[in-house]
Design a protein around this ligand. Structure first.
Ligand code: MN
Length: 229
């Protein structure tokens, strides 16, 4: 039986290749840098990192305009190291986790901060705060075969040329292998999964017209302009 609709499957470019990485799921880690937990009013000693998700079609390629989303007046940037899974598995041990990594990218976990704050207060889900359309701008994926394990490297974000976020991915509370091990105890990881690994301190608002640039040294630079919807 023919499908009733043809729906384009979301993909992400693979750097230096014509191949596309098909996005299966987007997992995100929250509260994975101590200074960011503090700026959000939390206590990193008492609140371990958490997981949430975005839909696969939230991805937007770098150098593409991003529409300012509706139903918010406080959209925030969150620059993050992104891990692309190439080999699936469940209950993956930390010691084997890097064998499951296809590559790395840089992403912006765009967040309706006003809706997230309201959801936290009400004990409500984060979906409207995190999982909206075009909420996951992302660079092409660099293969781990080419660049190795990204354990260190400056992570940064500028808005209109002014530095807003700057840290090192070595400061993550859960390292990449620990994130993969923990996540795979909840979900069967499969090729095509992306994991946004959390943002450092310095998150802040974006408005229509802003030019956003951010990166992780050794991976690449993400750029996009926020435009009025
Ligand atoms: Mn985030």
């Amino acid at each position: 039986m023919a499908n009733a609709f043809v729906v384009p499957a979301p993909t992400v470019a693979v750097a230096g290749s014509d191949l596309r990485f098909p996005v299966h799921r987007i997992y995100c880690v929250g509260r994975n840098y101590r200074e960011h937990v503090k700026e959000m009013g939390g206590d990193p000693a008492r609140e371990p990192p958490i997981f949430f998700t975005k839909p696969p079609d939230a991805v937007v390629p770098s150098d593409t305009d991003v529409p300012y989303p509706p139903r918010t007046s406080n959209l925030h940037h969150e620059i993050e190291l992104v891990v692309a899974i190439g080999h699936g598995g469940r209950d993956i041990p930390v010691s084997r986790a890097l064998e499951h990594v296809f590559g790395y990218a840089v992403g912006n976990d765009l967040t309706r901060r006003d809706l997230q704050t309201e959801a936290r207060t009400r004990g409500a889900p984060w979906d409207t705060a995190k999982a909206f359309d075009a909420s996951a701008p992302i660079t092409p994926i660099r293969r781990a075969d080419d660049i190795g394990y990204v354990a260190h490297g400056r992570i940064w974000l500028e808005v209109n040329g002014e530095t807003r976020q700057q840290a090192d991915v070595a400061e993550m509370i859960w390292s990449v292998p620990e994130v993969i091990a923990e996540l795979s105890s909840y979900f069967m990881l499969v090729p095509g999964d992306l994991i946004f690994t959390g943002t450092p301190a310095g998150v802040g608002p974006l408005v229509a017209g802003d030019h956003v640039a951010g990166g992780v040294d050794g991976i690449g630079t993400l750029q996009h302009r926020m435009v009025a919807a």
